[in-house]
Design a protein around this ligand. Structure first.
Ligand code: PEP
Ligand code: MN
Length: 324
């Protein structure tokens, strides 16, 4: 249960009730407010009158809890304001030349952030697994050269030391969308999190994942829609524009869309990106590679630099109409 205390009487009463072992609580600061979160059966002896506390029905991600739209700050980039934010870069960091060239090109074409995976979740253990900490170091070098903040996927808590004080935004991938241990860990940080939906999570399950991060006290969560598994296999995943519209109804958190993974084919990426922006996405995450045909992962969906340039021009036109 979420309780917003109005007086210190409340915390005193909570302490008194700690004798009940099935009940626990913790206090966090979120969006400038002190909040008490309880777990288990709330004791009936707690004061529940409107003078001492406000009880929130629902979740921290919900509009019942917070009406104003949240803006997540990633270094100098504000996600959730009027400007559409674009994160672009390779699926995986492969070499210094590859990441530097791609970073400089996407920056020139108007990207706001650099994406790149150093720890890759691959279907086969025999496929390229990413450069690991060396990949993060190369992203840092690209950030230094271009000034673009960096988003990269954290696959496992044990890899976090490479990310600490380096990566500006931590991506939770589709395969980890309900890894509650990882989500709780990220809740203890202040680092912004780009939270993807799972391959087959419902809206409620995905938003529940955001709640794990928020309830730890990390208020910097961006929801990133990356499509769902469906029966269709011409596209890689089903990009449901209704999911973006639903998120806008259900949460104050900023919304990102990843058109690359659902497309699965580079010639489809721009259309999906335009649809996502028209539906209200605050941010796009797009895979771009200087030589996609020879990429070590997601080769068929990564855009060439030329295709990304065209996408940017057309996306700005839609942005002007829907956000201008
Ligand atoms: C990625 O961004 O490269 C990635 C693996 O994405 P997802 O987790 O959405 O499949
Ligand atoms: Mn990828």
């Amino acid at each position: 249960m979420i309780i917003i205390p109005k007086s210190s009487v409340y915390e005193e009463a909570l302490k008194d009730n700690m004798m009940d072992s099935t009940f626990s609580y913790r206090v966090i600061d979120l969006y400038g407010r002190k909040i008490i979160l309880t777990e288990g059966q709330t004791p009936s002896s707690l004061p529940m009158d409107s003078d001492t506390a406000l009880l929130v029905n629902g979740n921290l991600y919900s509009k019942e809890f917070k009406q104003e739209k949240t803006v997540v700050q990633v270094d100098n980039v504000s996600i959730g304001e009027k400007k559409l934010i674009i994160a672009a870069g390779p699926c995986a960091v492969e070499s210094e030349g590859q990441v530097m060239e791609t970073a400089e090109a996407v920056k020139k074409m108007g990207a706001d952030m650099l994406r790149g995976g150093a720890f890759k979740p691959r279907t086969s253990p025999y496929s390229f697994q990413g450069l690991g900490p060396k990949g993060i170091q190369l992203l840092m070098k690209a950030r230094e050269e271009t000034g673009l903040p960096v988003v990269s996927e954290l696959l496992d808590i044990s890899d976090f030391s490479a990310f600490r004080n380096n990566v500006d935004m931590i991506q939770v991938g589709a395969r980890n969308a309900q890894n509650f241990t990882l989500l709780k860990f990220l809740g203890q940080l202040k680092t912004p999190v780009l939270l993807k939906n799972g391959l087959a999570t419902t809206m409620n399950e995905w938003l529940g994942s955001s709640e794990y991060i928020l309830s730890g006290g990390n208020e910097n969560v961006v929801m990133c829609y990356r499509g769902n598994r469906s029966f269709e296999n011409y596209t890689r995943f089903n990009m449901d524009i209704g999911s973006i519209a639903s998120l806008k109804n259900l949460t104050h958190l900023p919304i990102c869309a990843d058109p690359s993974h659902p497309a699965g084919r580079r010639e489809l990426v721009e259309s999906l990106a335009l649809g996502a922006v028209a539906s209200g996405a605050d941010m796009l995450e797009v895979e771009v590679h200087r030589d996609p045909d020879n990429a070590l992962s997601d080769s068929s969906q990564q855009l060439t630099l030329e295709m990304f340039n065209r996408l940017m021009k057309n996306v700005r036109k839609v942005e002007e109409i829907v956000r201008g």
